[in-house]
Design a protein around this ligand. Structure first.
Ligand code: ZN
Length: 306
């Protein structure tokens, strides 16, 4: 199968699942770039798994196995097998979902009956059952443990926490911290050098997102290693505060750009037609299509309607 054909199949497959789980075609596109599974150790007992869908984080030590997000069922089967191999067949103590989107949670079903608990923010759990602007999934493993502000567990000699900082990419994004390893999984609070999905139907806000990232950065040390939900093709899905600050600046620049166009008297149609790259953020490329989860559309709606 030629790469083009394969990408097309992945794209249409992801788009079909996207429709089912209430994700946008843009998100389907994000998943088309990677197919070979990679387990990459990061620090202490913490690593990442990438295949197709949002980056998965994992912790394996002598006393615990913790997983952050699950991609799609086919990928989750590869993930589960790889975790079992690396942990000597130990059961997964906790599966934590960073938010409700299908490219992070559709694989949960693979862990049914073999996971101690499934954890998510209360809004993410609600949105998994009823995705705003989408259809409820036909099959799913929903969270049995939810929280509003924060949640923590001991995982052998590691301490794992989940924290909600406010609406951003959705209204239910959790930041997962492996405290001793000093690794922070940002889920889709971080799109590295690519335009983000802004799920306004699910309560996303760009102003909120900007402030959430500011608080996360303020609360973590300089050498914190961050895990990103998504990155542009051939870009790393982990990085330091500089990368997070870069994406935070993009959000600020996007809002300022739209504000200046509104002040200059441009109409909604005129502004939404401005698809060229944002000045200073050319690496992100041109904007995709207007729509309810498109960053430019969402910036306009937020600037004009709040
Ligand atoms: Zn997402």
């Amino acid at each position: 199968m030629s790469p083009t054909r394969r990408e097309f199949v992945l794209w249409t497959g992801a788009a079909a699942v996207g429709g089912l789980l209430g994700r946008s075609p843009l998100q389907g596109l994000l998943q088309a770039q990677q197919a070979a599974p990679v387990f990459l150790p990061l620090r202490r007992d913490v690593g990442i798994f990438t295949m197709r869908g949002g980056t998965v984080g994992y912790l394996i030590n002598a006393d615990a196995v913790v997983v952050v997000d699950s991609q799609y069922p086919a990928e989750a089967r590869v993930l589960a097998a790889g975790l079992a191999e690396r942990s000597g067949g130990r059961q997964v103590d906790a599966l934590i979902n960073t938010h409700h989107h299908g490219d992070h949670t559709a694989g949960n079903v693979v862990f049914r009956g073999s996971v101690g608990k499934v954890v998510a923010h209360e809004k993410a759990a609600e949105h998994m059952r009823n995705p705003p602007g989408g259809q409820p999934p036909e099959d799913a493993l929903f969270p049995d443990t939810t929280f509003s502000e924060g949640w923590e567990m001991n995982a052998g000699h590691e301490r794992v926490s989940a924290r909600w900082y406010g609406p951003a990419h959705t209204s239910g994004d959790a930041v997962i911290t492996f405290q001793h390893a000093n690794v922070v999984h940002l889920g889709d609070l971080m799109f590295h050098l690519r335009h983000p999905v802004v799920d306004r139907p699910a309560g996303a806000t760009l102003k909120g997102w900007h402030s959430v990232l500011g608080r996360v950065l303020a609360e973590h040390e300089g050498d914190t290693l961050y895990v990103f939900g998504h990155a542009a093709p051939n870009r790393a899905v982990t990085g330091g505060r500089a990368e997070v600050e870069g994406f935070r600046s993009y959000i600020e620049a996007l809002l300022s750009f739209v504000e200046s166009q509104v002040k200059a008297g441009k109409s909604r149609d005129e502004i939404l037609a401005m698809r060229e790259p944002l000045a200073g953020f050319e690496a992100y490329g041109p904007f995709g299509q207007p729509g309810p989860r498109d960053p430019l559309t969402c910036a306009y709606e937020e600037v004009v309607h709040g």
